[in-house]
Design a protein around this ligand. Structure first.
Ligand code: FE2
Length: 521
């Protein structure tokens, strides 16, 4: 170690590495067509403890290689049949970490070594001193170590690079699935198209982290865009100029028939226009915008907003279809009920009022939105089965015979059968079927008791009786509200659910029912 003043880690390491190489017993292949040269190599390298394999030309060298592994090769450049360069290529094809030292009498042939594209290569110019062999061997073995380390590092780097890429792809896929699930989860709670538009703008805020999202309904007949739902990240006031820019972008998106990713010049923010279609026809445009020019909306945001558009377009198609069928069906059935009630002036508006009182009572009892909607429909349709009762019985002014009463008692079953055939109103069907059941089991058609009677039917029966008692009939005058309430109070636990009656009376005391009745006058 002569450079003691520079004995830093690197210097020391090189020295130690060199020693290690020379101390190791190596298997060295020597190829030369001069026997004297082969003998010299054998004697010299064996003395240093190495194993020496000899070959008189390239083919003999390849033969040796086919039988054993080597650590290094010294080869003459010019040999009969196969020269040194070709042998070096052959060795490096097998294993390009094996160093090859090419010996030549012509220094200009160094250029030929340049044709060897990879692996460790050195050359010795003949004639050379024997010590040069050792120096060359030491040099190529050290280079080999560096070369192998470099290859390992490259492989490691590639592996890391691949892992990073896979990790990136995985993260992306997880985000795709998360957003897909989020959209589906939000859509599963939507029950009307109006609600869906609000979900769309809110979802745009969550997916793209935009500052504002506006949904415009496109009316094809008038070719106009109508703002229908909006989301704002904070409470900044709406700027008219932005509204104009949004409309312009929405119009362009309609004209182009494809989504637009827009970046305003001079740091004016960014926006994305996404189409929403029903049966391939645009019915709306969503404009999502971000004012931060340093972090504009990008292709990823466009991808996720398109995903939102795809999923909601399908949901909306189903909703609109359902709403149309539902509305058509409901209005047809309501028309039936109105026809029945029109036959008897005394029962006019009865179903509408029973429906309103039931919904108010159910709301007070904490029923869900779905149950309130079922009561609204069920209340309006509860006596629809009377369509099957002959007028002479239904409109009879005097007392009914037992036989006539039995016929009247069929109306809940007839009504529930009508509803069942619609195939979409499960709760409503039960309400209609059970609205004359009594809590004590003395009702009809099944004679169900207590909680066997569906809750919504128990609610409706209170409203039904209350409204019947407080309305004029052909055979009696209407009772006062107080008398009706008193009758209902006395029937708690017999005709009515004892837990519902106090809530109903509470509603009455707060004048809630009075105001409902006033509304229909
Ligand atoms: Fe009824």
């Amino acid at each position: 170690m002569t450079n003691t003043s520079r004995s830093n880690g690197i210097c020391y390491k090189t020295f130690a590495s060199e020693n290690n190489i020379m101390q190791k017993r190596l298997r060295i292949l020597v190829a030369d067509d001069e026997t004297a040269m082969l003998n010299l190599f054998e004697a010299y390298l064996s003395r240093s403890g190495h194993e020496v394999l000899l070959a008189r030309n390239g083919f003999e060298a390849i033969d040796q290689l086919s039988r054993t592994n080597i650590d290094c090769c010294f080869t003459d450049l010019n040999m009969p049949r196969m020269g040194g360069v070709e042998l070096a290529r052959h060795i490096h094809e097998r294993d390009n970490t094996i160093p090859v030292v090419v010996m030549t009498g012509d220094p200009s042939s160094e250029n030929m070594l340049g044709t060897l594209k990879s692996g460790v290569v050195d050359f010795l110019v003949k004639p050379f001193q024997m010590s040069k062999i050792k120096e060359s061997l030491s040099r190529v073995m050290r280079e080999k170590e560096l070369y192998v380390n470099n290859l390992l590092l490259k492989a490691e780097y590639k592996k890391t690079e691949k892992l990073t890429q896979l990790n990136q792809e995985l993260k992306q896929k997880i985000r795709d699935v998360e957003i897909s699930n989020l959209i589906l989860q939000q859509l599963s709670h939507v029950s009307s198209s109006r609600e869906l538009f609000n979900v769309i703008v809110r979802m745009s805020g969550r997916i793209s982290d935009c500052d504002e999202a506006h949904f415009y309904l496109y009316k094809e007949t008038s070719r106009t865009l109508v703002p229908i739902a909006a989301y704002k990240k904070d409470s900044r006031p709406t700027i008219n100029a932005r509204e104009m820019a949004r409309l312009k972008l929405a119009k362009k998106a309609i004209q182009d028939g494809m989504p637009i990713l827009y970046h305003a010049k001079n740091g004016g923010g960014s926006a994305i226009a996404t189409h929403f279609k029903i049966r391939n026809k645009p019915f709306g445009i969503l404009i999502s915008s971000r004012t931060n020019a340093q972090n504009p909306l990008d292709r990823k945001d466009l991808f996720y907003l398109n995903l939102l558009s795809d999923k909601t377009s399908i949901a909306l198609e189903n909703l609109v279809l359902y709403e149309n069928i539902y509305e058509n069906l409901f209005s047809t059935l309501t028309a039936f009920v109105e026809t029945i009630e029109a036959r008897d002036a005394y029962t006019k508006q009865h179903s509408v009022m029973v429906s309103k009182i039931s919904v108010a009572l159910a709301r007070k009892l904490g029923c869900s939105g779905e149950e309130l909607e079922a009561l609204n429909v069920g209340g309006n349709l509860h006596d629809i089965g009377k369509i099957g009762i002959p007028d002479n019985i239904l409109l009879k002014p005097g007392k009914l015979t037992d036989a006539e009463y039995e016929i009247i008692k069929r109306h809940p079953v007839i009504g529930s059968n009508i509803i069942r055939h619609m195939g979409m109103w499960n709760l409503e069907e039960k309400i209609v079927r059970c609205h004359h059941e009594r809590f004590d089991g003395k009702g009809y058609p099944e004679g169900l008791t207590g909680e066997e009677i569906p809750l919504l039917a128990r609610i409706l029966s209170v409203a039904d009786v209350y409204h019947a008692l407080t309305s004029d009939r052909s055979y009696r005058k209407k009772m006062s509200r107080e008398t009706a309430i008193s009758i209902i109070f006395d029937s708690a636990g017999t005709q009515f659910d004892p837990e519902i009656v106090p809530v109903f009376i509470g509603l009455f005391e707060k004048s809630a029912i009075n105001s409902l009745e006033a509304m229909t006058v």
